[in-house]
Design a binder for this molecule. Structure first.
Ligand SMILES: [Zn+2]
Length: 496
């Protein structure tokens, strides 16, 4: 989903960036960006326990004025979720440490720093994370601070300078003495103590990377193929080893489905939280470029009493969000990238992001089942649940075209989860129908998996989003099968 699907009873459950991916994000290929670096310093100090201190430091002073922007929406968030209300005390200085003018925009999340002819060396501000968590009712969208634990979503605390989004960045994090600190940009276990440094190819990579710290963050590396790291913060009993096992299975199976892994490590960030208030919403998750944040209530913790069904749901939630590292992070329709951080973009293909991403996870797990028959049954149950969502939809949603529903979902995906559920259900059922047709017409030699692997390569090679009408063309290149009639039928209401 937002990369977040709701884990309801059936819960739903998102690298080192390869060079080609950097290109697809529109990052610079020239070396000019390398001679001046921007260093982000993130500091947490127990003297001000609800506040994160951030400073942006130019390695060589930059010409003023510069514009500092705080995100109001995030990739895969499908919502307007402003973080600028929690920023306070923006200050700026030149190389001589003389304060510069800082002018807050009256409406937008922008601060104009300095005047023409001046130079900017450093900009600093504070973020009130405790207030953020209190005021943002959707737990998946907020950073958390607890006694002994800090869990930060990069984009919720890190602003950027307009025009500097695509330049390489350095991150320096410092925390209280002896606290372990971890950035998903460069995870390590055992973690660094008290401070760390990491590099990011640009603002998107930096902002889409969580930062964890504190003695109550249980940090593990889970043995296996692609390096997998786990951070668990639990306000209840939880079996961290089981969490790790489920995440490992999910990562391995999704990786096998897509054939090659576009990241060199992956981090699962899990929080099991006691609800802050009855109005706060938990059990959504969010994919990031090389990590996923899973913010669940304590009822979802894995313990010795957890039944097979809930374990399977947890594994599916991991798999779904890990699948997002391919779809839509690497294969996406118009509107997804390059991302505009101030205003939620209108996206016509959320059914692809959420539906095809979901179907890939369903297939990845079904393929790995003990027997073909068992795999068919688990796929059948998953598709039945999706049909149930369409059957239960109110008439006005049933009559909406997939494009209209996706445009609504660009803002309302989880805020009115009827929109989100109907988007992923229609998309995944379309994917299933295409898969059946491809298998039938190729006598089982090809499947949708070949089409999805190809579209990941296609977006990478073309450095751009696909247009909806290009989808069957790209799929045909990989499979020889024309799926355009299936696409056309699903795009238009009413549903059959
Ligand atoms: Zn999702």
């Amino acid at each position: 989903m937002r990369l977040a699907e709701k884990i309801t009873m059936p819960k739903a459950v998102g690298a080192a960036l390869p060079l080609l991916f950097l290109c697809s994000l529109g990052l610079p290929s020239g070396l000019a960006a390398l001679d001046q670096q921007l260093v982000y310093r993130v500091r947490y100090d127990l003297a001000t326990p609800s506040i994160i201190h951030v400073s942006l430091n130019f390695s060589a002073p930059a010409a003023a004025p510069v514009t500092l922007i705080m995100p109001r929406t995030v990739p895969g968030g499908y919502a307007q979720r402003p973080y600028d209300p929690f920023v306070a005390g923006v200050t700026a200085f030149n190389a001589a440490n003389t304060p510069l003018d800082v002018k807050r925009d009256e409406i937008g999340p922008r601060w104009k720093i300095g005047k023409s002819g001046e130079q900017v060396s450093r900009v600093a501000y504070d973020v009130d994370v405790t207030r953020m968590e209190r005021e943002i009712l959707s737990a998946v969208d907020s950073s958390k601070i607890r006694e002994g634990y800090v869990g930060l979503l990069g984009y919720s605390v890190l602003a950027f300078f307009e025009g500097w989004e695509n330049k390489p960045l350095r991150l320096e994090v410092s925390g209280p003495a002896d606290w372990p600190v971890l950035s998903t940009l460069a995870p390590r276990v055992p973690a660094d103590k008290s401070s760390l440094t990491a590099q990011a190819a640009g603002y998107y990579a930096l902002a889409d990377s969580p930062i964890l710290m504190g003695p109550k963050a249980q940090l593990r590396q889970i043995a296996g193929g692609v390096p997998l790291f786990l951070s668990v913060y639990a306000e209840c009993d939880d079996d961290v080893a089981q969490d790790g096992l489920l995440a490992r299975e999910a990562l391995d199976r999704v990786g096998a489905y897509f054939g090659k892994t576009p990241f060199s490590h992956y981090t699962v960030v899990l929080e099991y939280l006691r609800p802050l208030s009855p109005r706060h919403e938990y059990n959504f998750s969010m994919e990031h470029i090389e990590s996923g944040t899973f913010y669940l209530d304590t009822d979802h913790a894995i313990t010795a009493q957890t039944g097979d069904r809930n374990r399977a749901e947890q594994r599916f939630n991991f798999a779904h969000h890990i699948a997002h590292s391919w779809i839509p992070k690497r294969a996406y329709g118009v509107g997804y990238l390059p991302f505009h951080w101030e205003m939620a973009p209108i996206i016509d293909t959320i059914w692809f992001n959420e539906g095809f991403g979901r179907y890939a996870a369903i297939e990845a797990l079904a393929e790995a089942d003990l027997s073909q028959e068992e795999g068919r049954r688990s796929r059948g149950r998953a598709l039945d649940r999706l049909r149930g969502i369409l059957d239960d939809a109110p008439e006005f949603i049933r009559r909406m075209s997939l494009t209209d529903l996706s445009r609504e979902g660009s803002f309302l995906y989880s805020d009115d989860f009827r929109v989100g559920r109907n988007l992923f259900a229609r998309g995944a059922l379309m994917a299933a129908e295409m898969d059946d047709q491809i298998r039938a017409q190729t006598a089982g030699k090809k499947s949708l998996r070949d089409a999805l692997r190809h579209i990941v390569d296609w977006c990478d090679q073309n450095h751009r989003a696909f247009r909806t009408e290009e989808l069957p063309v790209i799929f045909r290149e990989a499979t020889g099968v024309d799926t355009s009639a299936i696409l056309d039928r699903w795009m238009q209401p009413p549903l059959r």
